[in-house]
Design a protein around this ligand. Structure first.
Ligand SMILES: Cc1cc2nc3c(=O)[nH]c(=O)nc-3n(C[C@H](O)[C@H](O)[C@H](O)COP(=O)(O)OP(=O)(O)OC[C@H]3O[C@@H](n4cnc5c(N)ncnc54)[C@H](O)[C@@H]3O)c2cc1C
Ligand code: SF4
Ligand code: SF4
Length: 403
């Protein structure tokens, strides 16, 4: 990613009501953009994705279970909570153009420098991972090579209330593989780690968390730093949805005690979600799972973590699902992502599979479906096709999807 943000005012965050404005020019007469607006515009509107960008910067917001709670009122007119939140009005096009090489930008998938099918070479490491273990292998390599000194990853809990942790040892990264389908407040953990001794931090982030980091990198409030320069690497996860903890655990507990569950996955092209337990696999219908999807995920247009350095998801291969699920689709987006990928290849950390014909086109198609679906939901919520709540109607990506 490009660095050296001398010009602090390019942020282009839209004011409430999608009125563009430069934050540093705000005076007392202008719209306040702080905790009150975060509460009204995001939390009360069920737009909160639980990323944690508003937590640990001040003592007023915390993440409790998978919800964001305001503990104390704050009357600051410009809050970092509001400025960094991925669901306050944002000019994502400005962020895209600032943080990535413009020639790599695509409307469907964001920046793309390269597309691969890959997996961790170590079979033992793959066993600890959700799919091919590419995420854990790359993050562990970044620690080994000194690209980062701290990695923020999500840690699973038996009650499905996950949390994020900062670790320094590559083995600790590999121990925390596998997907947690309830949100984990990774950006909050970054804020905590970055306020301490960590100097070079890598994070594993869902698309909405990567959006929060992109907003932080844009430094929207001059003079109020966030230690964001310590962020050296974002490995993004493809993401279709995350689940609401309360409704999902209620659904699960009808089938099996929570403590017997070891993981879950959604095989592509099926109408079921597989729940892995100590005594076998349970299949739940997509319709039942859909009722548990976090409301905020319905307004999410990003399925591939477009603001990451490298994004990773499950693979689509002609082989059986048992084989296919040991591979990942990987999009390399930034120069630093490209360097890490080349290092992984040179050191034999990853192995590669030919990309089947049509794979990239299929991925684009799926990404467009998510974008169009979410835009439809946003318009339904706002009741006005010109009010896209947190998105900008003039963003070329939004225009392409709405056209
Ligand atoms: C909520 C969610 C929805 C997803 N939806 C899709 C989808 O629709 N399509 C698709 O192709 N892939 C999806 N994925 C990604 C997929 O499940 C795998 O994470 C991806 O294929 C990488 O596999 P891996 O074996 O390389 O990861 P691993 O090596 O197992 O590493 C996974 C990493 O992700 C971190 N992590 C796990 N859960 C979270 C979380 N909730 N928040 C932040 N970090 C986390 C872990 O700590 C670990 O570092 C989703 C992941 C999540 C968390
Ligand atoms: S910053 Fe993240 S956790 Fe905080 S209100 Fe916004 S979406 Fe929710
Ligand atoms: S669907 Fe979007 S909002 Fe929901 S967890 Fe995934 S990236 Fe975040």
């Amino acid at each position: 990613m490009k660095s050296g943000y001398q010009d602090l005012i390019i942020i282009g965050i839209n004011q409430v009501g999608l009125k563009r404005g430069r934050l540093e020019k705000m005076d007392d007469q202008e719209q306040s953009l702080g905790q009150k607006e975060l509460r009204e515009g995001v939390l009360d509107a069920h737009l909160c994705v639980g990323c944690g960008a508003c937590a640990y910067l001040c003592p007023y917001q915390v993440i409790y279970k998978d919800q964001t709670i305001i503990l104390h009122d704050c009357d600051l007119k410009q809050g970092r909570c509001y400025a960094f939140c991925p669901r306050t009005p944002t000019d994502y096009d400005a962020a895209r153009r600032r943080l990535f090489d413009e020639k790599d930008l695509t409307p469907e998938l964001g920046p793309v420098k390269g597309f691969y099918i890959a997996r961790a070479k170590s079979k033992a490491d793959r066993k600890k991972a959700q799919h091919g273990g590419t995420v854990s292998a790359l993050m562990a390599l970044a620690l080994e090579e000194g690209i980062i000194d701290t990695a923020v990853v999500a840690e699973g809990e038996a009650d499905f209330l996950h949390h994020s942790v900062a670790v320094n040892d590559p083995k600790e990264v590999k121990k925390r593989g596998k997907s947690k389908f309830i949100v984990s407040p990774t950006v909050a953990q970054f804020n905590k780690a970055a306020a301490g001794e960590a100097q070079k931090i890598g994070v594993v982030a869902t698309p909405c968390q990567a959006q929060a980091f992109a907003k932080m990198r844009m430094k929207p409030i001059a003079g109020k730093e966030s230690n964001i320069d310590k962020l050296q690497l974002v490995i993004g996860l493809f993401c279709g949805w995350a689940l609401n903890w309360r409704s999902f655990t209620e659904l699960l507990s009808r089938s099996t005690p929570l403590k017997t569950i070891t993981g879950m996955d959604k095989p592509p092209g099926t109408q079921t979600v597989e729940i892995f337990t100590k005594s076998g696999t349970i299949s739940l219908s997509v319709d039942d799972i859909d009722k548990c999807v976090r409301e905020a995920c319905r307004y999410c247009i990003d399925s591939t973590a477009e603001f990451a350095d490298i994004s990773v998801g499950s693979a689509r291969l002609p082989e059986s699902w048992d084989e296919t699920k040991t591979w990942n689709q990987v999009i390399v987006r930034s120069e630093s992502g490209q360097r890490l990928m080349e290092r992984a290849r040179a050191k034999g950390i990853l192995e590669f599979h030919d990309v089947p014909e049509g794979n990239f086109a299929e991925l684009k198609k799926a990404a467009v479906e998510k974008k169009k679906g979410a835009l439809g939901q946003i318009i339904k919520k706002s009741g006005d096709s010109n009010n896209l709540i947190y998105l900008d109607r003039n963003d070329p990506v939004v225009k392409a999807m709405m056209g």
